[in-house]
Design a protein around this ligand. Structure first.
Ligand code: ADP
Length: 347
């Protein structure tokens, strides 16, 4: 018999004195049936006694650990109850699992704390540049630049550009924080995604013409289209705006930006394609991170905040979908995401 359980241990412990009692009785010349009866009774009583003692001892030893795990004062009887249908080994396994969970939680908290610090640092850094620029232009104007016809207008325009940049960063930060707090509060409605894309493309035509880029919405010839979806219209629009603006900014001068739709049974796949600079394989996994930019100079020059794709990812994931991107350096990039289809108002 292996002493793996407290029951086995108490049986073994009771066996030794029982044998001693039986031996003494046999030595004393007692009849066999009396020896048997006394031995059985002694064995049963001692087993029970050892079992109770052992439980009480283990419970006493486990009490501080249980109190720590459950964060309250645990009574010994509660632990004895717990041990009724559990072996001590199982309890130790449970405690080890709890300790592992705790370790994981602590490292998750550490990661999120490191992320929070880095994020805060990035926000401060991003805000600092335009603020210092504005300060510089205004100081120069106050120090006499205001009367200098050659620079006064130029510096005011530059200060205005920095203010626009500040507004863009603050607006994007505001959107991210709203998305983080209201993830579940999307206003789902049925709408024609092609019509929405067409509307957005019309608004961005001016921006595209600055780089002589042709904006094409495939499937927008006959509206209403066959691509009706159920999603948050405002946020879906924001995804399209951010992706199309990026495609214009990082697209090829004189090139194209195509918005395409694919039927995928119960979903519509929306793709935004450009034939621009493309993104290297090393940068591709990081472009959705907040403030990550492949080419910092180009991003700033185009008025980018480095938050556009982070917002896009947030919105698409809030709809229960995933952002996909494929890109070839120097060839172009295609961003894709799916939305749930809603054929008609009835279904
Ligand atoms: P930004 O405000 O800098 O555009 P985003 O979050 O929108 O920030 O994009 C992050 C980075 O991903 C950009 O700085 C750019 O380097 C890269 N990127 C985004 N879209 C494209 C694209 N269509 N083609 C090439 N690079 C892109």
């Amino acid at each position: 018999m292996r002493i793996k359980t407290k029951e086995n241990a108490s049986l073994l412990m009771a066996l030794v004195p029982t044998l001693m009692v039986a031996g003494a009785m046999f030595w004393g010349g007692k009849v066999w049936w009396l020896i048997l009866i006394v031995s059985v009774v002694v064995f049963a009583l001692l087993s029970l006694f050892f079992l109770l003692m052992m439980k009480a001892y283990v419970a006493y030893k486990l009490k501080p650990i249980y109190s720590m795990v459950l964060s309250r004062d645990v009574h010994t009887t509660e632990i004895v109850d717990e041990m009724k249908d559990k072996h001590v080994e199982n309890i130790s396994e449970e405690l080890t699992a709890w300790a592992n969970d705790n370790d994981k939680e602590i490292s998750r908290l550490k990661d999120s704390e490191a992320f929070r610090k880095q994020y805060l640092g990035n926000v401060a850094h991003e805000l600092k540049t335009p603020i210092f620029n504005i300060q510089g232009y205004i100081s120069t104007l106050l120090d006499g630049g205001l009367e200098d016809e050659l620079i006064n207008r130029k510096y005011l325009e530059r200060a205005e550009k920095s203010i626009d940049r500040l507004i863009n960063i603050v607006n994007d930060l505001d959107t991210i924080s709203k998305l983080e707090n209201d993830m579940n509060r999307l206003k789902m409605e049925r709408f024609d995604i092609v019509a929405l894309a067409k509307e957005i493309v019309e608004q961005l035509e001016m921006e595209a013409s600055k780089r002589n880029i042709q904006l094409i919405v495939k499937g927008a010839d006959s509206l209403p289209s066959k691509f009706w979806v159920v999603a948050d219209k405002h946020y879906s629009g924001q995804v399209l705006v951010n992706l199309i603006i990026n495609a214009i900014h990082y697209g090829k001068e004189g090139g194209f930006v195509k918005v395409k739709f694919r039927d995928m049974l119960d979903k519509v796949l929306v793709e935004v394609e450009d034939n621009g600079v493309g993104i290297s394989k090393e940068d591709l996994p990081r472009i959705f991170e907040r403030f990550y930019r492949v080419d910092k100079g180009r991003s700033r020059e185009q008025g980018g905040t480095g938050l556009g794709l982070a917002i896009v990812k947030h919105i698409v994931e809030a709809h229960g979908e995933r952002m996909n991107v494929r890109s070839e350096l120097g060839e172009g990039t295609t961003f894709a995401f799916a939305l749930k289809k809603k054929e008609s108002a009835a279904n």
